[in-house]
Design a protein around this ligand. Structure first.
Ligand SMILES: [Zn+2]
Length: 400
């Protein structure tokens, strides 16, 4: 019965097709043989999306206390002041990544400072308003409030399910871990995955359903990368790794983990690696990979914002690049890579924490920076520029 029905359907489809083909033929004016060749279809155009990434959004107590002072009856914590000067930059991105270093568990916990951070959920709302749409939570502070902190953070993001965003690094369960976490812009599908080297010695309860991925779990990372490689045009991995650094000198010395795992990620087919955690900026490098392609690795973007003490912790990076998808072959190219140094400024007593692009930062501001009197008298524009040029190659230092 089924076969008969199928055959009848085929016959009907053939009849309709020949009727339509005849109709088209009759309507067409007769063409001379010289112009009978069909015009070549136009070359499919390339798609391009602009991607930006910043490092650790590390919310110390002074930052949320200042946000509370600026709050209103409707908005208890107003963080917008911190990001005012960088918002116009972030707004230009199609895809904007940030490492949210602290859990957004304010619904169940009071805000708290180092060593067990917790941040009001108004921070998430603020970052969305600034223009971020990719949020990484795989970092050493993700267990600061235990399983409940993770569940609360995921619960917060669930309230934003209508937003076009991608949450990574904190997974609801095994199934979620191996699902494709992506954001699609301008016809390009970006898959994101995040892991952390450690969680400050805190371990997850044995019965925790939520999943954290550690750098040592290479098989898990590779499996997750494979899932995205199969489903996405671009695979971006957030790697929270390396040694933390607080002195006036940044260190370009990469740990063996950074060096070895970055090469493995490249060979597994990752397109871009976004490194964070050392609290200082580290170099960016192209890695040749097994399939003949290459991977762009940013070893550490440093802090985006923090109320740390060290002068080198006051300088972070915003990396800004285009991803081009060849309209004909689908081949992906990472291009126009530009590095925008960002300064965390605060006054004496860590007052008025606020970000500035280094290009807008002045000697006057540098001389009033709270860390100048407290930790490093040499804090100046010259110092900040030297940290940048010691770590980042000149070809990336231009204004788009
Ligand atoms: Zn960290």
């Amino acid at each position: 019965m089924k076969l008969k029905r199928f055959a009848a359907f085929i016959l009907l489809a053939l009849a309709l097709f020949s009727f339509a083909a005849c109709g088209v033929k009759e309507e067409q004016p007769s063409l001379s043989s010289a112009s009978s060749a069909e015009p070549a279809p136009p070359e499919p155009e390339d798609s391009v999306a602009r991607v930006m990434a910043v490092g650790d959004n590390l919310i110390h107590n002074v930052i949320y206390n200042q946000a509370k002072q600026r709050g209103t009856a409707e908005l208890e914590y107003d963080f917008s002041y911190v990001y005012e000067n960088v918002k116009p930059i972030i707004q230009k991105a199609d895809v904007a990544f940030i490492n949210q270093e602290t859990v957004l568990a304010g619904k169940y916990f009071e805000p708290s400072n180092f060593p067990r951070f917790c941040t009001p959920t108004e921070m998430g709302d603020c970052l969305l308003d600034v223009g971020f749409n990719v949020f990484n939570h795989a970092n050493n502070h993700m267990l600061d409030k235990g399983q409940k902190g993770i569940a609360a953070t995921l619960e917060y993001w669930d309230t934003k399910a209508d937003e076009d965003i991608c949450i990574l690094g904190m997974y609801k369960d095994e199934n979620d871990l191996y699902s494709c976490h992506y954001i699609e812009k301008n016809g390009i599908k970006f898959g994101f995955f995040g892991f952390t080297e450690h969680t400050n010695g805190l371990s997850a309860p044995k019965d925790m359903t939520e999943r954290i991925v550690y750098a040592s779990q290479e098989e898990v990372i590779k499996k997750a990368v494979d899932v995205m490689r199969a489903e996405c045009d671009v695979v971006i991995v957030s790697a929270h790794w390396g040694n933390e650094n607080y002195s006036e000198r940044t260190t370009t010395a990469l740990t063996s983990l950074e060096k070895e795992l970055s090469q493995k990620l490249a060979d597994w087919g990752v397109d871009v690696i976004i490194g964070t955690h050392p609290h200082v900026i580290q170099p960016m490098k192209w890695l040749d990979r097994a399939d003949g392609g290459r991977t762009f690795c940013i070893y550490s973007l440093g802090n985006f914002v923090s109320a740390m003490n060290g002068p080198c912790n006051m300088l972070g990076g915003l990396v800004d690049f285009d991803v081009r998808k060849d309209g004909r072959t689908g081949e992906i190219t990472v291009e126009n890579i530009c590095y925008v140094p960002i300064v965390t400024h605060y006054g004496r007593g860590m007052s008025n924490v606020k970000l500035y692009p280094l290009s807008e930062y002045t000697e006057e501001l540098a001389s009033a920076h709270g860390c100048k009197s407290k930790t490093y008298a040499g804090f100046s524009l010259k110092y900040l520029n030297k940290v940048v040029t010691d770590n980042i190659e000149e070809e990336y230092l231009f204004e788009k």
